[in-house]
Design a protein around this ligand. Structure first.
Ligand SMILES: [Zn+2]
Length: 116
């Protein structure tokens, strides 16, 4: 592993979850990682937040981390707050979404998500 890779890892570890999410989606939002034109299949990466409560036997919950919709809620630093807003995409019904702002972009389909 070279120095640049270690520098990148150290930088990524220094970011808050919201900063990491914004950086990730700047690079990867809806970017296909696999295309199969013959079947119409598409795949892309997204981020998730897994959480549980104490020693509960009820298992883990997973929510999709979404980037903010910068047309409505610009972000150009300083550091955004924690991922405290939540909502769901009415376009694709992909499940619970969390974001640091009230206006998010669905990480599955790119649709608008209003969060509270
Ligand atoms: Zn969606």
């Amino acid at each position: 592993m070279d120095i640049a890779t270690e520098d990148v890892k150290q930088y990524l570890r220094s970011l808050s979850p919201a900063e990491l999410a914004e950086l990730f989606y700047d690079a990867f939002l809806l970017r296909n990682v696999s295309d199969e034109p013959e079947t119409g299949s598409r795949e892309h990466l997204l981020l998730g937040l897994a959480y549980t409560f104490g020693d509960s036997d009820e298992g883990w919950n997973v929510e999709l981390i979404a980037p903010t919709d910068r047309r409505i809620q610009p972000w150009d630093g300083p550091s955004p707050p924690d991922l405290i807003q939540s909502g769901s995409c009415q376009r694709c019904r992909s499940g619970a979404v969390v974001c640091w702002s009230k206006s998010a972009i669905c990480p599955v389909c790119g649709g608008p998500v209003g969060c509270t």
